[in-house]
Design a binder for this molecule. Structure first.
Ligand code: BYC
Length: 326
């Protein structure tokens, strides 16, 4: 066979694999780790899933800050459980991403060097106890809206991880809403604290769902691959429509003077989002970006001796076993 013929037959082979892959996506079949997949599909999943994992891990930091200061034992236990769940979500997601052929060390390296992103929302400070309520209610609320469709995403390990994650997220959302409800029905100072937290977290929560569809570079392809099942704008609208009545119910005001029910569309019109702020935060210039990254890098460096000790122990054990076998 000539070089030309080999090249042609390879191209034909790739085309037929791609055709079969597209047909599987069209039939809503799950793609599993050992199945053939286009390289771009693999890379896109590594990007989104590892960023999702990093978000869970970095997302523990703003809340971890409040565990010792939670106002009662009940609140401490609930917050501790929530933060622990987030560590678990990060670990499932790292494991699911590893099935695509990237190591956990490489993913950490990408996070620590700023190559991989994590959610913009975790670059804001948590100033008062009410922020724990606002994060649970709004941030986990937005996360559920984003993640429920991901339970049906095309890559099997991601979809399965999301099913468990979503169950736990709904406890997180209720935990946050209950904190807000109590504060909103408390003393005037407590109500003011809840309103202040809503004022500070509302807009960043809307940004969390990603740029508008016309500015989103990945949405079109990710929708074709059924990685994403809904666009950023669809998710944002759903989040707003769900959350506004919840604010009304506890007597808090959404900080958007342009928010108005649109009878014709059957959903809320809302004001302009400050996308400059969003891109500043994404590029590393938010109020807490540097502190968040420093906390992660320090934890990685301080944990080095533990990793080394575990490796040395595993090696010793393997050597002993080998000697016994001889
Ligand atoms: N922050 O084309 P687009 C949690 C980036 S944690 C930073 O629309 P895509 C929780 C985007 O990466 C749950 N960057 O992208 C934990 C892309 O840049 P690259 C977090 C953002 O991927 C603890 C560029 O902008 N959830 O719930 O189609 C406590 C263009 O965007 C952001 C997930 O990770 C952002 N907000 O859509 C409490 C869900 N948005 O990568 C709670 C999984 C966009 O080309 N991820 N960018 O450099 C997704 O669903 C999608 O990745 C997104 C973005 C909707 C976020």
């Amino acid at each position: 066979m000539s070089e030309e013929q080999i090249k042609n037959s390879w191209t034909e082979h790739s085309r037929s694999l791609e055709k079969e892959f597209d047909a599987r996506i069209a039939r809503d079949e799950k793609i599993e780790p050992k199945d053939w997949m286009p390289e771009k599909y693999r890379q896109t999943h590594i990007r989104q899933m590892s960023q999702h994992a990093h978000s869970e891990i970095v997302g523990m930091l703003p809340e971890g800050n409040w565990i010792t200061r939670a106002p009662s034992l009940r609140r401490k236990v609930a917050l501790l459980a929530k933060v622990q769940d987030e560590a678990g979500h990060g670990l499932y997601l790292y494991s699911a991403t590893e099935t695509l052929g990237i190591s956990r060390d490489e993913m950490y390296e990408q996070l620590h060097t700023g190559k991989a992103k994590y959610s913009s929302i975790f670059n804001y400070p948590t100033l008062t106890w009410a922020d724990m309520g606002a994060i649970g209610w709004l941030v986990d609320g937005a996360a559920i809206i984003n993640q429920v469709p991901l339970c049906n995403t095309s890559y099997g390990p991601y979809a399965r991880a999301m099913i468990r994650v979503c169950k736990e997220e709904s406890f997180h959302q209720r935990q946050g809403y209950e904190i807000m409800m109590k504060l909103a029905n408390g003393t005037p100072e407590q109500k003011e604290m809840a309103q202040d937290a809503l004022n500070r977290w509302w807009w960043p929560s809307l940004m969390m769902l990603g740029p508008t569809d016309d500015k989103s570079v990945h949405t079109a392809q990710s929708m074709k691959w059924k990685l994403k099942r809904k666009t950023n704008d669809e998710l944002r609208q759903q989040f707003i429509d769900q959350t506004v009545p919840q604010a009304d119910l506890i007597g808090l005001t959404i900080p958007d003077p342009d928010l108005k029910w649109n009878e014709e569309r059957g959903s809320y019109d809302f004001g302009e989002i400050d996308w400059d702020e969003f891109w500043q935060v994404v590029k590393g210039h938010g109020p807490m970006n540097k502190a968040r990254m420093k906390a992660r890098v320090d934890a990685w460096e301080r944990g080095e001796w533990v990793r080394n000790a575990a490796m040395a122990h595993a090696e010793k054990k393997a050597n002993r076993k080998q000697k016994q076998a001889v």
